[in-house]
Design a protein around this ligand. Structure first.
Ligand SMILES: C[S@@+](CC[C@H](N)C(=O)[O-])C[C@H]1O[C@@H](n2cnc3c(N)ncnc32)[C@H](O)[C@@H]1O
Length: 230
């Protein structure tokens, strides 16, 4: 007998956007793990805090705050710590902001822990929260929707955007000036919206030009392009 691994999507920030299933699982599991900045709090844990009973064993997965993916060793060590509980027949829930399998780090842990039974609880994605904050459709009718990381080089972004349709550009952070320049060049900046911290108290929805002028550079920001159903 081993424990079960749960990947729990806790949604984009507003605790009311957690699913009933996520809340039920959290009430039952003895071990809860979550990514956290080095020496800092965990966003995923803060979203779910009201549903983590006192006295649970907690594992903070310390992710170095620098550009790019965290080193493999971070996931190796976290997977080892989680595996020790699973081997002792204790269920472990790994919290993930948004959905665990939508650009979520849970995928890297799941790869390493594939020998254990797992249940993945989907979460409301940040993409849905951004569309809701902007009160704008992500896509309509036959419109295509591209989801693009801003960390891609200009040429890759341009090639995909040139295919037409709507787009959501994630991981904007410090790439905002470069992405804005690209969208202007392609004639796509006019109706583009910058959505930061969707569903959280700090939520902001701005025309792209205004976000640029304000010098925004936060990590939790997404640019929505199109969605009018061209
Ligand atoms: C590593 S991805 C995680 C996505 C997450 N698993 C999900 O389901 O939405 C992080 C990126 O998601 C976007 N993001 C996450 N939360 C957001 C929010 N509340 N508002 C706007 N964008 C958000 C940002 O583009 C951010 O750089």
């Amino acid at each position: 007998m081993t424990g079960r691994l749960y990947g729990i999507g806790v949604g984009p920030g507003d605790p009311e956007l957690m699913t009933l299933k996520a809340v039920r699982v959290l009430a039952a599991v003895p071990v809860v793990a979550y990514p956290a900045a080095n020496d800092g709090p965990s966003l995923a844990r803060s979203i779910a805090a009201a549903h983590i009973p006192a006295g649970r064993t907690e594992i903070a997965i310390r992710v170095p705050m620098r550009a790019g993916e965290p080193p493999e060793s971070v996931y190796d060590a976290a997977a080892d710590a989680i595996a020790a509980h699973l081997e002792a027949d204790r269920d472990v829930a790994v919290l993930c902001e948004g959905d665990p399998l939508f650009y979520g780090s849970f995928a890297y842990l799941h790869d390493r822990l594939s020998a254990f039974p797992a249940t993945i609880v989907p979460g409301v994605t940040s993409l849905s929260a951004c569309a809701a904050a902007a009160a704008r459709a992500l896509a309509r009718r036959e419109e295509m929707l591209a989801v693009l990381p801003a960390t891609l080089p200009d040429a890759a972004l341009e090639a995909r955007l040139a295919e037409g349709g709507a787009a959501a550009i994630m991981k904007v952070g410090r790439h905002l000036p470069r992405i804005a320049a690209l969208l202007v060049r392609m004639g796509l900046a006019g109706d583009a919206l910058y959505v930061a911290q969707a569903s959280r108290p700090e939520e902001a929805v701005l025309p792209l030009a205004a976000a640029l002028e304000e010098g925004r550079s936060g990590y939790f920001a997404t640019i929505l392009v199109g969605g009018g159903g061209a």
